[in-house]
Write a protein that binds this ligand. Structure first.
Ligand code: ZN
Length: 497
């Protein structure tokens, strides 16, 4: 359902609105002027009529027409919306503004705070620089830094957004009324939905301590990790232009490639690729290159991503970096052109297998059949099988049979406890020894798949299962499984003595 504010956004024109305040000069399809929000003689302030947004490439500030008025007049976003509605003779009922709408405004506010804090923090901006991130990319992605929980809470309180922001779970509350920023003292990477709205954050530790290297916003009503891709909003025009997307493993891989002017890049959100992410990507392109780390973990992750991408109807091109290199290290040593060359020379996954099957025939045939079973288009599946058959004389009916039965809904009946356990493994990837738990053989098999990131081999009811307090429930269930195993061992000992 579209909200009143959405309607207002559609009705007003950002060029009209900003022209009332500033003299805009037309350049190509955009407009520009000196930025009113920082001392600027370049002009670095741009307005895009097609996207209906403004963006300053000097200080990084940006947003829609309502946000411009709110910043310029120094009033809240909703006051600015009211003001504009009045000017345009539209009715706007503030009571009817949805909670989601407010959460987006709160997230944008927090992102602005992080962005302006990065410039002020030497250690954080030095960290970003040391990772080879171009200043233009820092601004494009609004990279930030989380300096202080107190300041953050103060800003949210002042704009009446603290209450809705709590729903994002980006604040930790150890005691009632006390809040700690989840991203405190981290470099922060805003994550946007395809419309460009900030929906969550990723945070990179910059101190060498024992805290996790990366953390992400927990899932909430506006942020679902499984359903969004990092960089899609920023990359989608380039993906269209190039005719393909490059999928990388992490935030900094993507930011590095952007810094090398390779911009048709997306990444999953701190976990293994999901089916929903693959499907989302397929709405923007039909061709994807997988550029993962050149090590065992990277190749394994690639192997579990391929079926999901194929299932989404994408043509998949695995790119193999030399052993021990990640994309950044490869560029540092061989340069950007060599990386582009490596990508351009990479072969489509089925063609690659057909070409190299002789080297390890049994294994490659199995792999071919396995991947083939995910191609949704029957005609294409048949054509690929024929190609393999013609070259290697493997009977068609063998090629077209699934090598491993993939559990489908209804095949396995899982209890609540088992579902929570598998979902927990999938989402949190804890470091535990599955063999030390008391699990049925079926559950153990699924648990190993969940830990290996082989999402596609898990029942749909697990993938789509949503539960509040997953972590707490999971830990309780884990303890149960551990206890049972200990008791069993003890009983066994008693029998033996
Ligand atoms: Zn500016």
């Amino acid at each position: 359902m579209s909200s009143d504010i959405d309607e207002l956004r559609r009705e007003i024109d950002i060029v009209d609105v900003i022209s009332e305040y500033l003299n805009l000069e037309k350049v190509g399809s955009n407009y520009r002027t000196n930025c009113p929000f920082h001392p600027d003689d370049t002009p670095s302030f741009y307005v895009s009529p097609s996207k209906q947004i403004f963006k300053c490439f000097g200080c990084g500030v940006g947003g829609d027409a309502i946000k411009f008025v709110s910043l310029y007049e120094d009033i809240s976003y909703f006051e600015a919306a009211l003001e504009l509605a009045k000017r345009y003779g539209k009715k706007l009922d503030l009571e009817r503004i949805s909670k989601d709408e407010k959460i987006y405004v709160a997230l944008d506010k927090v992102s602005d705070f992080y962005r302006s804090s990065l410039l002020k923090n030497k250690e954080a901006s030095e960290y970003v620089r040391s990772r080879g991130i171009d200043p233009k990319v820092v601004k494009k992605f609004d990279l930030g830094y989380a300096p202080s929980s107190e300041e953050l809470v103060k800003i949210l309180k002042e704009s009446g957004l603290l209450e809705v922001y709590i729903e994002t779970k980006n604040l930790i509350s150890p005691t009632k009324g006390v809040y700690r920023d989840l991203f405190l003292r981290r470099v922060v990477i805003p994550i946007r939905d395809p419309r460009g709205r900030v929906i969550g954050f990723g945070g990179r530790r910059i101190a060498e301590d024992n805290s996790p290297k990366y953390i992400n916003s927990p899932d909430s009503r506006v942020f679902k990790k499984r359903d969004n891709l990092f960089g899609l909003y920023e990359a989608k025009e380039y993906i269209k232009e190039e005719g393909f997307a490059i999928l990388v493993e992490g935030y900094f891989d993507l930011l590095r490639l952007f810094s090398e002017r390779i911009r048709n890049v997306v990444a999953p959100l701190g976990t293994a690729l999901t089916q929903n992410q693959a499907t989302l990507l397929s709405k923007f392109t039909k061709k994807v290159y997988l550029l993962y780390d050149g090590d065992a973990a990277g190749r394994k992750a690639m192997k579990s991503a391929i079926p999901l991408l194929l299932k989404a109807g994408l043509e998949v091109y695995p790119v193999y970096l030399p052993e021990g290199y990640d994309p950044d290290e490869f560029i540092k040593e061989f340069g950007r052109e060599k990386l582009k060359e490596l990508i351009n020379n990479s072969e489509e996954v089925f063609q690659l297998i057909i070409k190299t099957a002789e080297e390890n025939f049994e294994e490659k045939t199995k792999e071919f059949r396995y991947y083939l079973s995910f191609v949704p288009d029957g005609v294409k599946r048949f054509a690929l099988a024929s190609e393999f058959h013609t070259k290697y004389k493997v009977p068609m009916d063998i090629l077209l049979v699934k090598p491993e039965k993939i559990p489908q809904e209804g095949n396995i009946k899982l209890s609540f406890k088992e579902k929570v356990f598998l979902k927990g493994l999938l989402e949190m990837k804890p470091k535990i020894d599955i063999n030390a738990l008391d699990l049925s053989p079926t559950l153990k098999g699924l648990a190993l798949k969940a830990l290996n990131g082989e999402d596609h081999l898990l029942p749909k009811e697990v993938l789509e299962y949503n539960v509040d307090n997953l972590e707490k429930l999971f830990n309780g269930i884990l303890k149960d499984f551990q206890k049972c195993e200990k008791k069993k061992k003890k009983d066994l000992k008693n029998v033996n003595t």
